[in-house]
Design a protein around this ligand. Structure first.
Ligand code: G6P
Ligand code: MG
Length: 233
């Protein structure tokens, strides 16, 4: 093995080295997926564009603009109209997040964050959402998160690794010291491309590429996650 090769070092990683956990936000910490769905549904109804929950599920992890492009398919609209629609969708979405409270944390998140603090793990949130700084304070978890970032701080959105690499850098950790928790196919792909550990939440059809997959964080202990990672490698 050549220790000078970053590539091979990444392949030699073991879960023993994990010192930080990088969370996706939407669909991992909080179920904003439903709010995104209702906001897109309102917009597409107004525009007479077909949309349903199945399409919404393919938008997980994509930026707002990438989501609209996916919804539009090969329909052509001028840039000014696209910008107006993006702005309108976000207005609908902001109405939903204005009502959010710590009760909107997904089951298991609060306990896991406490455990990570006790275990001395560093924590970050790396989201595709431009609204990350509006959502996090509403969830009452800011005191247990060291770094909050999103894809607007980097060049490329998920599935590119940029936002996770940026979060790791901010935490002062190398990629192999980080575990990413994701609910999106694009997010798992981004975590693996970053050379990080990946925990996928949801069906294997969606997040099966991750090192380990769980239905949710409900009742999940930090030692369970580490144990599963050890048996997965
Ligand atoms: C998350 C969600 C996506 C959403 C994106 C952008 O990744 O999973 O469904 O489109 O964030 O969110 P924003 O708050 O910027 O519209
Ligand atoms: Mg997500």
């Amino acid at each position: 093995m050549n220790p000078a090769s970053g590539m091979e070092t990444t392949q030699q990683k073991t879960p023993h080295e994990i010192l930080g956990v990088i969370f996706d936000m939407d669909g991992v910490l909080t179920d904003t997926i439903e709010f995104h769905y209702q906001s897109w549904e309102k917009l597409t109804l107004e525009m007479g564009i077909p949309f349903n929950r199945e399409v919404n599920d393919t938008l997980r992890g994509l930026s707002r603009r990438d989501s609209l492009m996916q919804i539009l398919g090969d329909r052509y609209l001028p840039e000014a109209k696209i910008a107006e629609m993006l702005e309108r969708k976000n207005r609908y979405y902001l109405d939903f997040i204005a009502e959010m409270t710590p009760a909107h944390l997904l089951p298991g998140v609060d306990d896991l964050l406490n455990e990570l603090r006790s275990a001395g793990m560093k924590t970050a949130i790396a989201s595709a959402s431009q609204n990350v700084r509006a959502v996090i304070p509403r969830l009452g978890i800011a005191d247990r998160i060291d770094v909050v970032t999103n894809v607007y701080k980097v060049k490329r959105s998920k599935p590119a690794p940029d936002v996770f690499l940026h979060a790791a850098e901010q935490l002062g950790l190398s990629p192999n010291q980080c575990l990413v928790v994701e609910d999106a196919e694009a997010g798992v792909e981004a975590a693996l491309a970053a050379g990080m550990w990946a925990l996928g939440l949801g069906p294997v059809e969606r997040v099966g590429a991750a090192h380990i997959v769980l239905p949710s964080l409900q009742g999940v202990k930090w030692e369970d996650i580490l144990g599963k990672l050890h048996t997965a490698v």
